[in-house]
Design a protein around this ligand. Sequence first.
Ligand SMILES: NC(=O)c1ccc[n+]([C@@H]2O[C@H](COP(=O)([O-])OP(=O)(O)OC[C@H]3O[C@@H](n4cnc5c(N)ncnc54)[C@H](OP(=O)(O)O)[C@@H]3O)[C@@H](O)[C@H]2O)c1
Length: 282
Amino acid sequence: MPSDRKSVLITGCSSGIGRGLVDEFMQRGWHVFATIRNLEQRQDLVAELLGKYPDRLTILDLEVTDKIQRDAVVKVVKETGRLDCLVNNAGFGLLGVLENLSEEQIRYQMEVNFYAPAFLTRDLLPLLRQTKGKVVFVSSVCGYVGFPLMSAYCASKYGLEGLAESLYYEIEPHGVDVSLIEVGLTKSNFGDNVIWGTGEIAAYRLQTDNYHQEKAKLSLKAKNNISLIGKRVAEIAEGRIKKLRIRVGEEAQLTHLFQRLLPATIWVNLLKRFHRQKLLKK
Ligand SMILES: NC(=O)c1ccc[n+]([C@@H]2O[C@H](COP(=O)([O-])OP(=O)(O)OC[C@H]3O[C@@H](n4cnc5c(N)ncnc54)[C@H](OP(=O)(O)O)[C@@H]3O)[C@@H](O)[C@H]2O)c1
């Protein structure tokens, strides 16, 4: 168990960015607490990970919205007496026009992407204050730009951005650094794990159908950014990058640059024209 060794807790390690983060931190000699939900049904994955990393890896069952499981994870980490970095990575995308999203779906999106990281961070901060550790939130371009048919997902990432920015000032005097990794389109299971709104309002059929096509094209353009994201997060954890916001990937950098350089009305009108062309074409 970690006491003389630095340790990191990463949520959502079954695939994609979280899985990449496990490799990165293991290679750097950290003790890794990797959380994965529904562990009982994923014994192959557990065996693969423990086969690759027989030491220094602790795999914990965590559906992030489950308070009992969150408390159990916090207890395990507290018992080791040490945590140097928390990476709030687990997340998913709820897609569809707002009118097609049920109340339950919108709440679940916020539970997973916003409330769970808020509660987990709050509960692990006492340990992180002791080590003067780091908190990392995996955010997105959707944390600073709104996109049609992504209102709930964007709301969850904008929420994280506000939480992280406030926490940054609050906790910096206690020696804990907070960072947002703002990720562009990245190859992972994200597209397959998307949940669609259950409604089927006819007025939005054209936008929804076109969005499905655009999404398929976009997923082909997704970049292999996982190892770069891993490096950046590890550099934050090791104190070599000390920034509130780090954008990874060309798309994230360029979008931010245009948003910052263009006057707001021009930026909004450009996006409006872009989305109309894509989503209203017959
Ligand atoms: N890929 C992109 O283009 C992109 C862009 C911007 C931001 N991001 C963000 O990056 C993060 C990681 O996503 P990814 O791209 O690596 O996608 P991914 O391959 O789908 O991985 C998402 C991870 O989160 C876990 N997860 C989802 N809901 C959960 C829940 N309720 N409880 C516990 N674990 C849960 C998934 O577990 P299961 O396997 O059990 O579903 C999986 O381990 C997310 O926060 C996402 O919003 C991704």
